[in-house]
Design a protein around this ligand. Structure first.
Ligand code: GLA
Length: 518
């Protein structure tokens, strides 16, 4: 039986009433995502820091990572935000403005953004709230908030992580809102990732400031996974479950999957924990050298579906038996529930998940889907006994129906269209991009925002799970020069009625001139 939007709303309200942190956040000023519709599910992508540190981040590395992200199937699984972290390596010119390092990034930071957009991906960049970044190699935004955020917008960033090094005397609760205001003034929709490592308790106030906030210290130093740090981050982040929700996420740091020092079991356990915590899934490994089991873990669509569930509920530990923990229940968009049993002990553990763990009566007949073996059992009553090997997990989805649909994950063939109209005079040109969902259900047609400039019109045509956006530019009456617009479209997940993250793409038009710079 599918749950109606009304029932889901009831579940969400019950959740609010039972959770003081959620109440605090809901009573704080409006969610930042309420306006821009961004990150209504946890952001997915790749950042270089965990594997590479600051060196050797450059354009070549980012482009090779983009190619690997696409060829490995990660793009189709939903990983979208990519770009340099601290290795962005800009400097500040005498005029106070940030200047890209053209030795490292020969196409410039706007050029790199265009490349990433053309691959159907989103552009992630990095800066710091203090006087310098952590390595002190680059300037931070302190006292340059407005011009720096204008630079990020001009480079066409879609996501900016703002670190917290060299911030002596600054307070996160007043510094980050200043950066938010500067970002809004710059006029580009950007996912704002606060990175104060939990300093200033951002889970208490940052839902109106950004879309995600780090809750913990770094999960590792560059190059080697650190399992005990991962477990510490899990424990610290777990407690904050009530603060997370669509458009405002706890961030226990980037993924360590595929890094040296982790066993296959640890990779699976780690990924399951991050999915249950509705954590951002920012991979941090070298995507160019992934073993098959790493790819299989990072692209497990059934596990990702738990992370990307439109209800956006962060699970927590409800019961412990010895070293085995039960994380329950994570209500999902179709009325099913995700449950995780994690055995952090040195010996195998026997465990039983009871139907009351997922809010059902013992007498109900339920289906159980194992999201790592991809097998379904049932229907059965009462509960299910499990043997969990040492260090391992069992990740389950439990449902009254045997359907187990996947929620939408949106994949774009491009996030940018560019036009060059060589002569001046009246011309009409059209280009299309295709947006598809890899979820189980087709989506309703994307709804366009009506605020397009007069030179641009867009139509959406639906073909099953794909939808084509045709952008038509009309140069009548336009002077020679460059024109730019950002198209926004919105949608709703059809089973739960939950709003989906807004879809944005850039349109560039050059009128006149011999040689297009696009
Ligand atoms: C901090 C952040 C990391 C990374 C480095 C870069 O430590 O928490 O994620 O961005 O800075 O120096």
């Amino acid at each position: 039986m599918k749950r109606t939007p009304l029932l889901l709303m009831g579940m969400a309200l019950t959740f609010l009433f039972l959770n003081p942190l959620a109440i605090a956040q809901s009573q704080a000023s409006k969610l930042r995502a309420a306006e821009d519709g961004l990150a209504l599910t946890p952001p997915m992508g790749w950042y270089p820091w965990n594997e590479f540190g600051q060196e050797p981040q450059n354009e070549k590395l980012i482009k090779e990572i983009v190619a690997a992200l696409i060829s490995s199937g990660m793009k189709d699984a939903g990983y979208a935000y990519v770009g340099p972290d601290e290795g962005i390596c800009f400097s500040r010119g005498a005029d106070g403005k940030l200047t890209p390092n053209l030795e490292r990034y020969p196409s410039g930071l706007r050029g790199l953004g265009d490349y990433i957009h053309q691959q159907g991906l989103k552009y992630a960049l990095y800066t710091d709230a203090g006087t310098r970044t952590c390595s002190k190699a680059m300037p931070g935004t302190k006292d340059h908030e407005v011009e720096d955020m204008a630079a990020f917008a001009a480079w066409r960033a879609d996501y900016v992580k703002v670190d917290w090094c060299n911030t002596e005397g600054q307070d996160p609760a007043s510094t980050y809102p200043r950066l938010r205001d500067a970002q809004l003034a710059a006029g580009r929709p950007i996912v704002f990732s606060l990175c104060s490592w939990g300093e200033g308790d951002p889970w208490k106030w940052a839902a109106s400031v950004g879309h995600l906030w780090r809750t913990t210290a770094d999960i590792c130093g560059p190059g080697k996974a650190d399992w005990s740090a991962a477990m510490k981050n899990t424990a610290d982040n777990e407690k904050l479950f009530a603060a997370a929700g669509p458009g405002h996420w706890n961030d226990p740091d980037m993924l360590i999957n595929g890094m040296g020092g982790l066993s296959e079991t640890q990779n699976r356990s780690f990924f399951s924990l991050w999915c249950m915590m509705a954590a951002p899934l920012m991979a941090g490994n070298d995507l160019r050298k992934m073993a098959t089991p790493t790819i299989q873990t990072l692209t497990n669509r059934e596990a990702i579906g738990i992370d990307q569930d439109p209800l956006g509920i962060q699970a927590h530990i409800v019961r412990r038996e010895g070293k085995a923990e039960i994380w329950a229940a994570k209500p999902l968009f179709d009325g099913s529930h995700a449950v995780l049993v994690f055995n952090s002990g040195n010996a195998a553990a026997d465990f039983r998940v009871n139907w009351q763990d997922v809010g059902s009566a013992e007498t109900e007949a339920l289906y159980v889907r194992n999201l790592w073996t991809h097998q379904t059992t049932g229907p059965q009553r009462g509960g299910i006994p499990l043997g969990v090997p040492s260090g391992d997990v069992v990740l389950l989805r439990i449902s009254k129906s045997n359907a187990f649909p996947l929620p939408p994950v949106i994949v774009a063939d491009s996030c940018r269209v560019s036009f060059h109209a060589p002569g001046i005079g009246s011309q009409k040109l059209t280009k299309t991009i295709t947006i598809r969902t890899t979820g189980s259900d087709e989506l309703p047609p994307w709804k366009l925002r009506p605020d397009l400039p007069s030179w641009l019109s867009v139509t959406v045509t639906k073909h099953g799970k794909s939808q084509t956006f045709a952008s038509t530019v009309s140069t009548a009456g336009l002077a020679k020069g460059f024109y730019h617009a950002v198209v926004r479209a919105d949608n709703t997940e059809p089973v739960s009625g939950q709003p989906m993250s807004a879809l944005y793409y850039d349109v560039d038009l050059e009128v006149g001139g011999g040689q297009s710079r696009n």
